[in-house]
Design a protein around this ligand. Structure first.
Ligand code: 6XA
Ligand code: ZN
Length: 343
């Protein structure tokens, strides 16, 4: 299986993440992907290719143009306004306020386009986000061109980003763009299966009223886990998309057996719906030692999960999302791929 990966991810490395009332070095850091790259090579999955330039046409169709412009210009505007530090949202429109009027001053704009203030924007963030997107798009083109599967080693990740909001370390929703590209390329139905520990609120939101892209997510219950305000089992889609959204929230301490049962159910839904292409939001933060998550998966469980996903026999693009137990991130990620390949 070919991996698509860009060194430009390094351009995004904020100094600060707000967690537990403190600014700490972000959990989502450049070294995460080094562990994945090393493990890929160690296991002989050394077909690793740099993507070309991103293709903005499908992105501009799917996402809000004002949001994309904001991501591109936020750092410059922030600095021009005399702000000393990284771009961090201090306030967002809350209950009873206008959620659809974007302020002109950069501090207000940042809150308008952000949903969680742990995530900082720096001078290199836009370029890094574009390189992550480019890897996902190159992986999609590789599979659309006939490969069984491809791995986009995306950083920064994407599944929390909506059409017009960033947060949860995510800026551009790579998996959603890949799904849309499969549709544009003629696939009648596409599924995004999100096995990251966190609910893929961005992907759900983007496709919520559409029947042509299924979204299925296994995640920490919103009663206990970020992103907190979305991801309940009764969110089944709306309008034409009614019945095309599947959430599997699970409680703290969940081990592999019930997680795998949820995975099997998601796989059965995909199988029953005539899906022609599959996108996996591949986070490995369901691992038992992940520092910001609470499931109890073992490393070998990721191999088994990959095996189960392969049973669908669908053209598949894996997009890297989260995973912060830094030394195990490589093993767990590559275990999913090896399980898929039947290794
Ligand atoms: C913010 C936690 C962000 C989680 C990001 C993640 N306190 N998403 O891993 O998949
Ligand atoms: Zn996650």
């Amino acid at each position: 299986m070919r991996t698509f990966f860009s060194e430009d991810h390094r351009l995004h490395f904020p100094q600060a993440e707000l967690t537990g009332g403190q600014f700490v070095t972000p959990f989502e850091r450049p070294s995460r992907v080094e562990y994945v790259l090393n493990r890929l090579k160690e296991q002989g999955l050394s077909d690793i290719v740099a993507p070309g330039a991103p293709d903005m046409a499908p992105v501009e169709k799917l996402l809000d143009p004002g949001f994309l412009r904001f991501l591109e210009t936020a750092w410059g505007e922030w600095k021009a306004a005399g702000m000393a530090g990284e771009v961090i949202a201090a306030g967002m429109p809350a209950r009873g306020m206008h959620t659809d009027r974007c302020p002109e001053y950069i501090d207000g704009k940042v809150g308008y386009y952000c949903h969680a203030s742990e995530t900082a924007i720096t001078g290199g963030t836009w370029k890094a986000a574009l390189s992550s997107l480019a890897s996902a798009q190159a992986a999609q083109r590789h599979v659309a061109g006939g490969a069984d599967a491809a791995f986009a080693l995306c950083r920064p990740p994407g599944h929390h980003a909506t059409a017009d909001q960033y947060g949860g370390y995510c800026f551009i929703n790579n998996a959603a763009v890949v799904a849309q590209m499969f549709r544009d390329g003629g696939a009648g139905k596409v599924a995004v299966l999100d096995i990251d520990f966190h609910h893929g609120n961005g992907t759900q939101n983007i496709f919520y009223d559409r029947a042509d892209v299924l979204f299925l997510s296994l995640h920490g219950a919103p009663s206990h886990a970020y992103p907190y305000y979305l991801g309940y089992a009764d969110e089944r889609g709306a309008g034409a998309g009614e019945g095309a959204n599947f959430n599997y929230p699970m409680l703290p301490g969940t081990p592999y057996a019930p997680w795998a049962e949820a995975l099997d159910d998601a796989i059965a839904q995909i199988r029953a719906t005539g899906v022609e292409a599959l996108v996996i939001s591949l986070g490995v933060d369901a691992y038992k030692e992940d520092p910001i998550s609470f499931f109890k998966l073992e490393s070998e469980d990721f191999t088994d999960a990959g095996r189960r996903i392969a049973g669908l026999g669908l053209p598949t693009v894996f997009c890297m999302e989260g995973g912060y137990a830094i030394e195990a991130v490589g093993i767990n990620t590559v275990n999913v791929l090896e399980g898929f390949l039947g290794a």
